[in-house]
Design a protein around this ligand. Sequence first.
Ligand code: PLP
Length: 406
Amino acid sequence: MISLSSQESIYLDFAATTPIDPRVLEAMNNSFQQYGNSESVHDFGFKSHEQLQMSRKMFAESMNVHPREIIFTSGGTESDNIATLGVTRKFMRDNPGVRPHIITSAIEHHAIWKSCEYLEKLGVNVTYVPVESDGIVAVKKIQESITKNTILITIMHVNNELGTIQPIKEIGKLAKDENILFHSDTVQSFGKIYIDPNEMKLDMLSASAHKLYGPKGIGLLYIKNSGRRTPIDDWNEQEPDEEDFFLEPIMFGGGQENKLRPATVNVQSIVGFAKAYEIMEEVRNEEMNRLREFQQELTGFVLSTIPDSRLNGHPNNRLASHNNFSFKNVNGFDLLTELDQRKIAVSTGSACIAQSDEVSHVIEALRLPSEYQQGTLRISTGRYTTSDHIKRIKIALEESVNKLRK
Ligand SMILES: Cc1ncc(COP(=O)(O)O)c(C=O)c1O
């Protein structure tokens, strides 16, 4: 048994959120010098505006899109809400009496799931396509769900609990062929897997800074053609035709962010987000390779050393940082508490339901044998994970599972 008192706490919950990278903090601190409102028409405003536009340009260049196709939001949740609610309400306004249909998956984050549940209350039809037992959506099942009223397909890129990577390129192709809008929640993958929205045939993409060592409360939504159906030749054209838009705002106020997302722009956080993304681009390969080695070591250890354990989700088609295990006849919440007492921070699944011991909809969607359902644990690694941390979690995990089973 290891002595607890002398050990530092270790954080293995990077899928819930990440610590801020010191380089991001420095960029934000410098940015606070320019405190003007980015929309103000004076030098203070212009300086802030310049920082805002430089950050936007950085994202646009990396993603091969036009800067006007990116709007900044308060994070992944808001981006997901604009994509789902904004598209559906606009359609319902334009087509009174027609009942729209949305296709999503059974493993989406609550930001999509709850938005869809709300839309159902407005009379929208929603299909929650099941996943296979490996936690991946079958494109064929999406295809089979399409109806003449399908207006939107929204499928996440990487699942937050399992780390499984969804076939968004194939889904994008299907959506394009069927002339249906396609949105992906890429909050878990953004920066960690390179995404070119045009190559993936995405009409919208949600991202969030705090999953990639940036600040909390800031994210972006990529919107193809700034939300217009007709391709844009001249980005400087005056007042576009309202009829042509495929989405509308969900909040109302000023005209910031292409009139789609009002509120004084959070320039400092945007600067931090851009810096975090830039760093991620630089270190991506090396960092992901390192985490992949940890993943293989941890998975190999758990499956070979802890009896009646299983890895949830596809063994290879997953992000390098995510490890999700189930232990037969062990309660995941008890296991998390045991590990917390050993100063190791992990999670049972999504942070949104972390305080309850109900089985998440993601784990339910995998249809695990019932003795394994309660015992899930997500161990997610990141930039500051060391081989010593992996050593400690291996020992602590084995001890804790044995203790709980006694
Ligand atoms: C897949 C996914 N979507 C959306 C969100 C919500 O993002 P935010 O916390 O920036 O609102 C999260 C955060 O946990 C997530 O993992």
